[in-house]
Ligand binder design. Structure first.
Ligand code: FE2
Ligand code: FE2
Length: 213
């Protein structure tokens, strides 16, 4: 009887040991799964909206060039468009690389971007530059928000290394476009503040919806 009492803790330990380690492994596996799903969801969302934005930006400059291509601001707009094409192509590659899903609204952003660029250019080169200021300021803020989100949620993770580097570089280039717009007298455009506010509201709506569908 005495020996049975002595052995009981041993039996109990062995009875619960495998259960405990299984539960621990299970919990760890679930945690890894949750982290990986969160990482994929963030990558998917970031790549979809950034690609959509760069398609829109490319088309805005294409619309401006259709109207102002032969004017004195033509070469400046062309230079900015060349960078937007590079941004768009880079996100197309990253989308394929990470198997993200592009937005279903791409045809809409193609048409809307071109129309916005052409319409503002028809109001004159200052209005075209006001459009540039409005769009690039919004994209710059959007990229800064993404950089903050990635660095807070996935610090140092290799999956985000290239993406972070890309977003930082493109953010800097968008802010250069913004400065170009100011330099070419965007602020002297007719109804500058109202025009900027309307375009920025549209851009924020486009960002919001492109993150989702
Ligand atoms: Fe861009
Ligand atoms: Fe830009």
């Amino acid at each position: 009887m005495a020996s049975l009492t002595r052995w009981r803790p041993f039996f109990i330990c062995n009875l619960f040991k495998p259960t405990a380690s299984y539960s621990c492994l299970h919990r760890r596996h679930r945690h890894d799964h949750v982290v990986s799903a969160r990482r994929s969801a963030l990558l998917d969302r970031v790549l979809r909206v950034d690609h959509a934005g760069e398609v829109g930006a490319d088309m805005i400059y294409a619309g401006q060039l259709a109207v102002l291509g032969n004017s004195k601001v033509g070469p400046v707009i062309q230079e900015m468009r060349d960078q937007e094409v590079h941004h768009r192509v880079t996100f197309e590659r990253l989308i394929r690389q990470h198997r993200a899903r592009p937005t279903v609204l791409l045809p809409l952003w193609n048409v809307a971007g071109f129309c916005l660029g052409a319409a503002t250019a028809l109001l004159g080169s200052r209005a075209a530059m006001a459009c540039t200021v409005a769009v690039e300021e919004t994209i710059g803020q959007h990229y800064n928000n993404q950089i903050r989100e990635i660095m807070e949620q996935h610090p140092g993770e290799p999956e985000f290394k290239e993406l972070l580097h890309t977003i930082k570089q493109f953010r800097d280039e968008e802010l250069e476009h913004l400065e170009t717009g100011i330099e070419y007298e965007a602020e002297l455009a007719p109804a500058y503040k109202a025009l900027k506010a309307v375009i920025q509201t549209g851009c924020k709506g486009a960002i919001w919806i492109s993150e989702k569908i």
